[in-house]
Design a protein around this ligand. Structure first.
Ligand code: ZN
Length: 112
């Protein structure tokens, strides 16, 4: 799946901000609608061309699961994986404490 193919399929528009994409693809990125980390496959129906800022910048999509992504997953029978663990989770697990409890304790300590 090339940038050109996606560009043509999208009529040269960015599906995220609905503004035109540059014809030379400068500052564009191929994005997975269902993020790879959530189990999205590397297949044409799961790919779109976005401005780089729309893909990862402030106000952009980052790693969120959009309604479109959920609908696609449903349609293609993709099993959605859990989102990546939050920072601090691994450390809490290694100490043998549940992450949520350690977070709550931290907040309680900060209140004192
Ligand atoms: Zn855009």
């Amino acid at each position: 799946m090339s940038q050109r193919t996606l560009y043509k399929a999208q009529d040269g528009m960015c599906p995220w901000c609905s503004l035109p994409l540059p014809a030379d693809f400068t500052g564009t990125e191929i994005d997975h609608i269902i993020p790879r980390c959530r189990g999205g496959p590397h297949e044409s129906w799961n790919m779109q061309l976005l401005h780089r800022d729309c893909n990862r910048g402030t106000g952009g999509k980052r790693r969120v699961l959009t309604d479109e992504a959920r609908a696609l997953a449903d349609k293609h029978g993709v099993i959605l994986r859990d989102p990546p663990r939050p920072v601090g989770w691994t450390r809490a697990m290694r100490r043998g404490e549940p992450y949520i409890r350690s977070t709550l304790e931290q907040e309680r300590t900060e209140e004192k």
